[in-house]
Design a protein around this ligand. Structure first.
Ligand SMILES: NC(=O)C1=CN([C@@H]2O[C@H](COP(=O)(O)OP(=O)(O)OC[C@H]3O[C@@H](n4cnc5c(N)ncnc54)[C@H](O)[C@@H]3O)[C@@H](O)[C@H]2O)[C@@H](O)CC1
Ligand SMILES: Nc1ncnc2c1ncn2[C@@H]1O[C@H](COP(=O)(O)OP(=O)(O)O)[C@@H](O)[C@H]1O
Length: 280
């Protein structure tokens, strides 16, 4: 069955992120818990946490390896970073973002086993997706969750569907819809013209973004943006679609000003705040 493909544009921003109430305080805008950063991959989790803070979440915490704590605090002291008390951190969070730099080892798997059964809004990326791919179909179905966003790149999508990456790229619309049916929630299939499939048969495509974004960490920043939108009350489809649009549009502004080559993931945070507030 063919579905209408929606195009995400600046109107979505006005519709989904109205002005903040004058009496608002940080409790209005949610608390994102980022879980990731095993040995050697602290940057991924740090970038995701930084992006969540810059995208309007009321509070952001990071659960990571001890060795990454001081890097996080020196880069963005607004983020509460810890390597202990995972269960308490999970209880306090309103949104969970898991996967960036989480790694394939027992440390990350134990954290995932705990957080995947939570019914809080979630975003799963990178190694959290690779872990989901290792579960049986029955286990995957048991863990389905409407308010969850999965953000696979084509390599991760291929692992989730147990097929070659070329098959994903051959028919990206079929792939994103199949992922959504198999895993529930919303799926954002990354790459040129990212596609978003939601739990109510929604389908959207991004027309923004450029090859300057083909650099490490870009997906980590995207995950932080989307998690912050979930924390601000958007549903999984709206958060993924608007988050993808903000990410790609910020990259397009940077590419127009400075060119594509050498664009870094954290550069996105510079234009992001203005875009988020409708100031282009
Ligand atoms: N600074 C950091 O700490 C960084 C850590 N990262 C972490 O590194 C770990 C491994 O992630 P990777 O994504 O590098 O490894 P993966 O093995 O998941 O993905 C790499 C492969 O996937 C395929 N692929 C990726 N994007 C594709 C596209 N758009 N089209 C077609 N094929 C595509 C390619 O075959 C590529 O070689 C994760 O934990 C991740 O979070 C990365 O996010 C990069 C930055
Ligand atoms: N050629 C491109 N055109 C548009 N967007 C791109 C392009 N290359 C990469 N991107 C975007 O950059 C991000 C890369 O994410 P990902 O592959 O997960 O990177 P990482 O794992 O290094 O964080 C995605 O949002 C993807 O859609």
């Amino acid at each position: 069955m063919s579905r209408t493909i929606q195009t995400v544009d600046a109107q979505w921003l006005k519709r989904l992120l109205p002005r903040r109430p004058a009496q608002a305080h940080k409790g209005y805008f949610g608390h994102v818990l980022v879980v990731g950063g095993d040995h050697g991959y602290g940057g991924a989790a740090i970038m995701a946490a930084q992006a969540a803070a810059r995208s309007g979440a009321g509070l952001v915490s990071l659960y990571t390896r001890q060795e990454h704590i001081s890097a996080m605090l020196s880069r963005q002291p607004e983020v509460m970073a810890n390597h202990q008390h995972f269960t308490t951190m999970l209880d306090r969070a309103t949104v969970i973002l898991a996967g960036p730099g989480l790694g394939p080892d027992s440390w990350g798997k134990a954290l995932l086993a705990q957080l995947l059964v939570s019914n809080k809004p979630q975003l799963l990326d990178a190694d959290a997706l690779n872990y989901l791919a290792t579960l049986s179909t029955a286990e995957q179905q048991q863990l389905q969750h409407d308010n969850r966003v999965l953000t696979p790149h084509p390599g991760e999508a291929a692992r989730l569907l147990n097929c070659p990456t070329a098959a994903i790229e051959h028919d990206r619309i079929a792939a994103v819809q199949q992922l959504q049916q198999q895993f529930g929630g919303t799926v954002l299939l990354k790459g040129q013209h990212s596609l978003i499939a939601g739990p109510k048969q929604q389908l959207a495509r991004l027309s923004c973004g450029n090859p300057g974004m083909a650099s490490g960490g870009m997906g980590d920043v995207l995950s932080g943006i989307i998690a912050a939108l979930l924390a601000q009350g958007l549903n999984s489809f709206d958060a993924a679609a608007l988050g993808g649009w903000l990410h790609g549009s910020a990259a397009d502004q940077l590419a127009a000003e400075r060119g594509e080559r050498g664009l870094l993931a954290t550069d996105i945070l510079l234009p992001l705040q203005k875009l988020l507030n409708g100031k282009t």
